[in-house]
Design a protein around this ligand. Structure first.
Ligand code: FES
Length: 148
């Protein structure tokens, strides 16, 4: 089993954007979203992640608030139906382009339409002492299809 040997900035695994830039706590405004990746480590190499930011008061339902930070929440981008990348947006609903699975990022990315059998698993995040978004652990459930 490989050990993670990359940098850990104080208290977690840095999230980076598609250019490898770390995500500062001011990166998104309320209502914005961004595809990010935990810096590669065993188990998280293929972990495209949807980062979203809303006012904290707008989260509810099935969101694990202990996994959010500064209004940010992060979920796997890999659809739990057949593994397409969830990316489109209808207001505050995420839509999978393959079979129109819909997820509510304000409520734990639970399924609100279409064929997906499970929510998108949430990634626990926090803001490091240096002001970067970091993951503090693995996704709370299996990534992608299967894992029932
Ligand atoms: Fe996303 Fe089918 S792969 S709805």
């Amino acid at each position: 089993e490989r050990e993670y040997t990359g940098p850990v900035y104080g208290d977690g695994i840095p999230l980076v954007d598609g250019s490898g830039e770390r995500i500062t706590e001011n990166r998104l405004s309320d209502g914005e979203q961004l595809t990010v990746f935990p810096e590669p480590r065993p188990g998280l190499e293929d972990a495209p992640t949807l980062l979203v930011r809303f006012p904290e008061s707008e989260y509810g339902g099935e969101t694990n608030m202990a996994f959010t930070a500064g209004g940010y929440a992060a979920y796997s981008k890999v659809c739990t139906h057949a593994g397409c990348m969830v990316d489109d947006r209808e207001n505050s609903t995420w839509v999978c382009p393959c079979h129109y699975g819909k997820f509510n990022p304000k409520s734990g990315a639970r399924v609100v339409g279409g064929p997906a059998p499970r929510p998108l698993p949430q990634l626990p995040i926090t803001i490091s002492s240096e002001g970067y978004l970091v993951a503090t652990g693995d996704f709370e459930g299996p990534v992608g299809p299967g894992g029932e």
